[in-house]
Ligand binder design. Structure first.
Ligand code: NAG
Ligand code: NAG
Ligand code: NAG
Ligand code: NAG
Ligand code: NAG
Ligand code: NAG
Ligand code: NAG
Ligand code: NAG
Ligand code: NAG
Length: 545
């Protein structure tokens, strides 16, 4: 039908040539290739287990005059000046109930906390190129800490607070920090926090100071000593409190030797080991999109997760692996890339890879601020990645399934047991702009329950119809959530769900995320440059029961 309306013979020629070579589809004059593929899932057992609240996002301290490559992208997104009364902001966090939020970043190691006696003046960061990280010391006023906690309480956030690990240290000209950590200022903030009844999920020590560090580094022994000191301090302060906050560190770039030794020396004192990810290079890179659309580059993102998993497997330390901060492109990201639809390809792929290698929590830089916010820095309106994060949070359960896609190299496929329902959720990402993929799903080496209309001979698995489910509608349909960019422009900041733009209305309400129902006898259609979450409640595999 499509090609009858074409005006030019040229298009008919393209279509005929196309048909000879591949299966094709013509949509409004666009010819796209159709490829068949299979998602193969090992349903026997899960290969990893994430935290229930795997999705996490960060808030940073950068002031409005933090600039990179001549642009200043932070506006009023600092923890010191963020508008906590903004209704979209509140709703955006509430929609997760709960969202983990990690408070930290470079300037956390230059931040002091106002004390109850208010002895020192409490001033914000001031630009000063002669100082470490380009800013003077800053101070968190206790009344601001009260306001932040009131927001976290109302929005139901789980808070991880990054403490200043340089407090009391000397910085040598060779860029290493020595002398023991002075915990007195941290102790006063923690005591105040407990006295006020503010819930803190975890206290994290330091930001990008492990190994050689970024700007300044701390070697293993003093870092391990400081971690143990923090652990003991927390045990002491929270004595008699049932659930004690987690001890998290070091929030630095992965360095296998350093991490291995650090883990060996913090056994019993560390709950989560955090590392940071900026694997796409600087935000100034004009070819950032090409890197995001390159399957080899995406694949290489697995290395760090795999290495850390191996270290943890052979370590006496029971700490969990977390990505404590990940913005993809460093120095605040890149406008119209790291805050646009195209970045969901990288972001969701990272969530998929990280979970595959048993990462428990993944914190996105940022919830708001810079060019990589889940929310627009000035308007608080969600960027496409916000909805990607929310769909992941609602649909992808804790148990990760071994998943392989056979077919186009430009399809990224992940599967988990479904969240809060039976069955599984599949995530398919198509990073090719010209190919539509028709995917079928297959399971190996396992039992599965399927609708009676499926033909047994098409499956290598043993198919056992489930008598008590067979009459239910959910047996014959699955839920699909198709994400595509507005106008087909991958640099758009508006995402369509099943063809309809996702927007907050004038009351600042986050829209409902509604699936389309598709008959399970149909293959999953993954459009060019699109992302599909598929919840299949009819699938029962041992790994998910
Ligand atoms: C055809 O492709 C162009 C460029 O990719 C796009 O702008 C346009 O929306 C597409 N048209 C249809 C009907 O898909
Ligand atoms: C908010 O504060 C109230 C009163 O202290 C407390 O009962 C509740 O658990 C808090 N909620 C969260 C999400 O922290
Ligand atoms: C840096 O200098 C300090 C003090 O002189 C010394 O203890 C430390 O070993 C040096 N570190 C490196 C990496 O050179
Ligand atoms: C630690 O810092 C406090 C100020 O917060 C100071 O009073 C104290 O002397 C310091 N302790 C050491 C051992 O330097
Ligand atoms: C925030 O949204 C406004 C209005 O849509 C847009 O003009 C601006 O470019 C966005 N800012 C960023 C950093 O994406
Ligand atoms: C589709 O393929 C053509 C020819 O190879 C290429 O020029 C074009 O950039 C591709 N479009 C997209 C969106 O990838
Ligand atoms: C299922 O298939 C995957 C990929 O081919 C393979 O790695 C795995 O071992 C298979 N599992 C079983 C139980 O056959
Ligand atoms: C915004 O959406 C919510 C939920 O869909 C609805 O209750 C509310 O009335 C809407 N507000 C406006 C101004 O349309
Ligand atoms: C699904 O498709 C099959 C085969 O075409 C059909 O028999 C069945 O009625 C359909 N189910 C639903 C719920 O539409």
């Amino acid at each position: 039908m499509g090609f009858l309306v074409l005006q030019k013979g040229w298009w008919i020629l393209v279509f005929v040539v196309c048909l000879r070579l591949f299966k094709c589809d013509v949509e409004g004059g666009n010819v796209t290739k159709i490829e068949e593929g299979t998602v193969l899932i090992d349903g026997k057992r899960g290969i990893a287990m994430t935290n229930e609240d795997f999705v996490c996002a960060t808030l940073d301290w950068w002031p409005p005059d933090k600039c990179d490559y001549g642009t200043c992208s932070w506006d009023h997104a600092s923890l010191l000046n963020l508008d906590l009364k903004n209704v979209i902001f509140l709703n955006a966090v509430k929609a997760f109930s709960p969202l983990k939020i990690r408070l930290g970043g470079t300037l956390q190691d230059k931040l002091v906390y106002q004390t109850v006696d208010k002895q020192q003046p409490c001033l914000p960061f001031a630009k000063d190129a002669s100082k470490l990280f380009g800013f003077s010391e800053g101070c968190l006023p206790l009344d601001r800490w009260d306001e932040l906690n009131s927001f976290f309480n109302e929005s139901g956030a789980l808070v991880i607070f990054g403490l200043n690990a340089l407090y009391g240290k000397w910085i040598h000209p060779n860029n290493t920090a020595t002398a023991p950590w002075n915990s007195s200022n941290a102790e006063s903030l923690i005591r105040y926090t407990l006295k006020k009844g503010y819930n803190i999920y975890g206290w994290e020590l330091g930001n990008e100071l492990s190994g050689r560090g970024v700007g300044v580094g701390i070697s293993v022994d003093p870092y391990a000593s400081a971690t143990i000191a923090l652990h003991d301090l927390i045990q002491n302060i929270y004595k008699g409190v049932d659930t004690k906050p987690h001890i998290i560190a070091p929030g630095g770039f992965f360095d296998s030797n350093w991490f291995q030794q650090y883990l060996a020396k913090t056994v019993g004192s560390l709950n989560a080991i955090t590392h940071h990810i900026y694997n796409l290079g600087p935000g100034s890179d004009e070819h950032l999109i090409d890197r995001i659309l390159n399957p080899s580059i995406l694949d290489s993102g697995a290395d760090v997760f795999k290495n850390l998993q191996n270290i943890l497997k052979s370590s006496p330390n029971s700490a969990a692996a977390w990505v404590g901060e990940s913005g993809g492109a460093y120095n605040s990201g890149r406008n119209k890339v790291t805050n646009a639809f195209v970045f969901s390809f990288w972001y969701l792929d990272q969530l998929g890879l990280a979970s595959t290698y048993d990462t428990k929590t993944y914190c996105r830089q940022t919830l708001i601020g810079g060019n990589y916010g889940l929310l627009n820095t000035t308007t608080f309106v969600p960027n496409p990645d916000y909805y990607s994060a929310l769909l992941w949070h609602r649909l992808m359960g804790r148990s990760v399934l071994s998943t392989h896609f056979t077919g186009s190299r430009t399809i990224r496929a992940y599967a988990h047991c479904a969240k809060q329902s039976q069955g599984i959720t599949l995530l398919l990402i198509n990073i090719d702009g010209n190919t539509t993929v028709h995917a079928k799903v297959d399971f190996n080496g396992t039992l599965m329950l399927l609708h009676k209309h499926r033909h047994h001979k098409h499956h290598r698995s043993k198919v056992i119809p489930s008598p008590h489910h067979i009459e239910q509608v959910s047996e014959t349909v699955r839920e699909e959530y198709h994400l595509t960019p507005m106008d087909g422009n991958i640099q758009s900041q508006t995402v369509l769900l099943n063809g309809k733009a996702l927007t907050v209305n004038s009351s600042g309400l986050i829209p409902a995320l509604e699936p389309v129902m598709v008959n399970t006898s149909e293959p999953i259609t993954v459009a060019p440059y699109s992302i599909v979450f598929v919840r299949m409640q009819n699938v029962a595999i041992p790994a998910c029961t």
